[in-house]
Design a binder for this molecule. Structure first.
Ligand code: AMP
Length: 215
């Protein structure tokens, strides 16, 4: 099965993808995670992408499509996958269609996680990360055992640059203007399900699974 998770930044796509990976035994393909790896390793792509990412802007379509063209060719994608954070623009969706034609594959389902802007600002504003491991906490919803410290290493937690308030607001703007039109794009194919993303994590997951069983 090939699934696309759409929704605002910080709307729970990553969390839900991870739960689906366990249940469906197919990989999660997160463009954000792949890009962060490139930035960490200082690859050519990482150097080009980091400036856009820090400012909360989208990395150019051409770079994303090149990266995804390679990723979808990997063996683990043969049994299906969960796309998390891609496509994010209409040109990326058209590019994905082209890639899928070449691979003789089709998207089966688009899940839209609906979360209000105010909730997103609260969720992302409280997020703290341990940079070395990537462990993520939330001051209200998932606090570390000791305030400001990673549970395992006791090292300092920080706010990711793209979680800072101005950046979050900018990312939400981009979501509304550039990514949301994808809902219409895919609705014409009758593969879209809207899910209330403000419920608790397990309830959301059950809803998603219920929608996937009809596919
Ligand atoms: P995420 O972890 O999905 O929120 O992505 C973090 C950042 O990576 C985004 O704010 C963008 O700068 C970049 N990014 C991730 N996916 C894409 C994409 N499909 N198109 C453009 N930029 C992306």
């Amino acid at each position: 099965m090939r699934i696309l998770l759409l929704g605002p930044p910080g709307g729970g796509k990553g969390t839900q993808s991870k739960l689906l990976v366990e249940k469906l035994n197919i990989p999660q393909i997160s463009t954000g995670d792949i890009l962060r790896e490139h930035v960490k390793k200082q690859t050519d792509l990482g150097k080009k992408a980091s400036n856009f990412m820090e400012k909360g802007e989208l990395v150019p379509d051409k770079l994303i499509l090149q990266m995804m063209g390679k990723r979808l060719l990997e063996n683990d994608c043969l049994k299906g996958y969960i796309l998390d954070g891609f496509p994010r623009t209409i040109p990326q969706a058209i590019g994905l269609d082209d890639l899928l034609i070449d691979l003789n594959q089709k998207l089966n389902k688009v899940i839209v996680l609906e979360v209000r802007d105010n909730d997103i600002v609260e969720r992302m504003g409280g997020r703290r990360v341990h940079l070395a491991s990537g462990r993520v906490y939330h001051i209200k919803f998932n606090p570390p055992k000791i305030e400001g410290m990673d549970d395992i290493t006791k090292e300092k937690l920080v706010i990711r640059k793209d979680d800072q308030k101005d950046t979050v607001l900018k990312r939400l703007d981009i979501y509304h203007s550039t990514t949301k039109p994808l809902i219409d794009f895919y609705s014409k194919r009758n593969i879209v399900s809207n899910i209330d993303g403000s419920k608790d994590i397990n309830a959301i997951n059950e809803n998603i699974i219920r929608n996937l069983t009809n596919v």
